[in-house]
Design a protein around this ligand. Structure first.
Ligand code: UDP
Ligand code: MN
Length: 278
């Protein structure tokens, strides 16, 4: 007797991002599509706050397995109650909610202003907390891409740490670098190669390196003013027109807009399209 057992395995790993408004929602949509194009078998989760419109959430559902609302004010747990007395920390620490996705064994958090150029599933072989150096201060990691292990204990501990010690830059990166403070020297395996979080400003701060190694990049991170949705885009020619200082970034920005035009734009409501092109 041959017994064939069909087990449908749902991945215990997830890619996680965050959007608190529809602009970053667009970033998340392109990121989500870039992940699908990379052929990853893992789950896609986007954390959203009440600032994300209903129509954007519906569009996000077409590419993400889970659209999870996180709302510090509505939450009942103790860590969040402590945060209630410090509402100014809300936006900064929304990212910390990613630690509460405890249905997954391991996750990779990606900022909504990142884009995956090539399959990067090997990131799930890394341990918490793995991240790439920050371009401004390389003894700190950049918190736009990091490997972590969901845990309610870690979440509580991070919130308590935030309330007592704070963040030296007012954002999640300053907080996470203080919390995972041995990252700089303890374990080189927790240093992700820069190709997993190529900060876009490197293309002008170290152009020769970008020319030499740029083709190896697996994940690009459009930090600060280089966000693709902030560039001038011509809907007639479908070409992006970045400012002169970002000219070396043109092909990567164009790649973002190509995904936007082919996969996202046809799904958007006319109202949303008006917002994008305004
Ligand atoms: N973010 C958001 N809404 C905001 C600001 C930030 O959803 O108004 C999220 C989004 O995922 C974003 C991340 O937080 O990618 C970090 O912010 P950002 O990427 O703008 O910082 P940068 O990488 O430029 O320092
Ligand atoms: Mn970012």
């Amino acid at each position: 007797v041959i017994i064939i057992v069909l087990i449908s395995v749902i991945s215990a790993y997830a890619w996680v991002t965050l959007a608190t408004n529809d602009s970053y929602g667009l970033g998340a949509l392109v990121l989500g599509h870039s992940l699908r194009q990379s052929g990853t078998p893992h789950q896609l989760v986007v954390l959203v706050t009440p600032g994300v419109t209903h129509s954007m959430r519906e569009t996000l559902k077409s590419v993400f397995n889970e659209v999870r609302e996180v709302n510090i004010v509505d939450s009942k747990d103790e860590a969040n109650l402590k945060l209630l007395s410090r509402p100014e920390l809300g936006v900064t620490f929304t990212k910390l909610h990613c630690w509460r996705l405890t249905q997954f064994q391991k996750c990779v958090f990606l900022d909504a202003d990142t884009m995956v150029l090539e399959n990067a599933d090997e990131l799930f072989e890394r341990e918490e907390l793995s991240a790439a150096p920050d371009v401004g201060w390389p003894d700190c990691f950049n918190s736009g891409v990091f490997v972590y292990v969901p845990s309610n204990d870690t979440y509580e501990s991070l919130i308590n740490f935030a309330l007592t010690k704070g963040s030296f830059d007012g954002g999640d990166q300053g907080l996470l670098n203080l919390y995972f403070s041995d990252w700089a020297y303890k374990d080189i395996n927790k240093h992700l190669p820069f190709i997993y979080n190529m900060c876009s400003t490197a293309c002008y701060s170290y152009l020769p390196a970008f020319k030499q190694f740029g083709s190896n990049v697996k994940i690009v991170h459009f930090i600060a003013q280089t966000k693709p949705w902030l560039q001038i885009f011509d809907p007639e020619t479908r070409q992006v027109r970045p400012s002169p200082d970002l000219v070396h970034l043109t092909s990567l920005l164009q790649r973002w807009w190509n995904i936007f035009c082919s996969a996202i734009h046809p799904q958007l409501s006319t109202e949303m399209v008006r917002v994008v092109y305004s």
